[in-house]
Design a protein around this ligand. Structure first.
Ligand code: CS2
Ligand code: MG
Length: 402
């Protein structure tokens, strides 16, 4: 059996997605997500110009060998563009293998370890009152875990506060929107938000908060301490993770758990954080961390060090990534949480899928393979639109992490 064709499909059903579809000589096909938010065309070119020609004629069942061939064979290692491209190939090959075996992918990687995948949604609002209404919406929908973000008094906008309820789309303009940031206003405000949320919703709902790389380690330590009375499940990306020693300082000061990893691409990006037990949840996911094959390696290393998964699942990760992530989530021993931001109906129509939310859990498809596809005719009706993530400045105009 051989790969005869691989198509790179770029489409924008309310947001941009890059999808790889691999076709074999006996007609079985597989799909993989290759979307890198704001840099989509770089991955599309990496695939079209450099990877696809090397796939033609290969045996699609040699998943590990193809992974090694693309990783070691490129000479240039790691990085989001390379690893998203490899991820797309790997994901599509697992999809094909599942279809050949007549089994959902989770059964090929060890089988079910739990009845469903606990997911968290995003409750947010300009004011605390607005955010409380959104928390109630998720509680009513049956979510067991909720991320809460609000506007900061005195600031025109902040990360995580959306215009549309249930959807959050930060990549809102071709040339990046500019946001303004004040760490002192933020640090004073956040504990008041979680105080109100715990008061209204009690101790059982899991609460999370995304700091989006905006603090220094000592500021993150203060935030973690100030949130201890409200028992958060995690604070996410408290500091940029290039300098990983910084996490030791956070750890020395607070018992609020820490989650990191949505911008990581390989096990080498998180090896120190995991080995030194500086984090509690690793948030890497299929599309940006080299596919199912490599994500399993990251999660297996994490399992040895009391670190659980907490995979990224924002709207820029396509339903193909979400489908694949759920097969991993349901199978691994050290699953923690899965982020689940709903896609718009236009996105859902372009990517018909069998995963579904029921009883407060997401469930992977039971179809052979991943249980997701791309409707290429419909996809062609939504041409690519340039869209960038915002940038962020301090009040005096200094560039800051977004
Ligand atoms: C975020 C994302 O979901 C999250 O935790 O940090 O919204 C992130 O900003 C986007 O996925 C970037 O593409
Ligand atoms: Mg995040």
């Amino acid at each position: 059996m051989r790969i005869t064709e691989a198509r790179v499909i770029v489409t924008c059903p309310d947001r941009n997605f890059v999808t790889l579809k691999i076709i074999t000589d006996d007609g079985v096909t597989g799909v993989g997500d290759a979307t890198l938010n704001g840099r989509e065309l770089a991955v599309a070119s990496y695939l079209t110009d450099h990877v696809v020609p090397q796939l033609i004629g290969r045996d699609p069942t040699r998943i590990e060998d193809t992974w090694q061939y693309l990783y070691k064979g490129a000479y240039w290692r790691r990085g989001p563009v390379t690893m998203s491209a490899i991820a797309a190939v790997d994901t599509a090959l697992w999809d094909i293998l599942g279809k050949l075996a007549g089994l959902p992918v989770y059964k090929l990687i060890g089988g079910r370890s739990r009845e469903g995948v606990t997911v968290y949604g995003h409750a947010n609002g300009d004011t605390v009152e607005d955010a409380l209404v959104e928390v109630a919406r998720y509680v009513d929908l049956g979510y067991r875990a909720i991320r809460v973000q609000t506007g900061i008094p005195g600031m025109a906008s902040t990360y995580g506060v959306s215009k549309d309820k249930l959807f959050y789309e930060p990549a809102d303009a071709a040339i990046p929107t500019e946001n303004v940031w004040s760490t002192s206003r933020y640090l004073n405000h956040v504990p008041t938000v979680f105080n109100r949320v715990r008061d209204e919703f009690g101790p059982d709902v899991k609460l999370l908060h995304d700091v989006h790389h905006r603090l220094t380690p000592i500021e993150a330590a203060r935030l973690g301490k100030s949130l201890e009375p409200f028992s958060l499940t995690w604070i996410e990306d408290p500091v940029p993770a290039e300098l990983q020693e910084g996490f030791r300082l956070i750890r020395q000061h607070t018992t609020t758990p820490v989650a990191v990893g949505e911008v990581f691409n390989t096990v080498w990006d998180c090896e120190q954080l995991i080995r030194e037990q500086l984090i509690d949840y690793i948030r890497a996911t299929v599309v940006h961390a080299g596919g199912i094959t490599h994500l399993r390696r990251i999660f297996d290393l994490a399992a040895l060090h009391h670190v659980r998964s907490g995979s990224h699942g924002a709207t820029d990760l396509s339903p193909v990534c979400m489908a694949a992530a759920l097969h991993v989530d349901v199978a691994i021993p050290n699953f923690g949480l899965q982020e689940y931001m709903r896609h718009t109906s236009a996105t859902d129509e372009v990517f018909p899928h069998g995963y579904h939310f029921e009883g407060g859990y997401l469930h992977p498809s039971e179809e052979p393979g991943l249980g997701v596809d791309i409707d290429e005719e419909l996809a062609a009706q939504y041409p690519y639109k340039p869209a960038s993530l915002p940038v962020n400045r301090l009040e005096d105009g200094t560039m800051h992490s977004w």
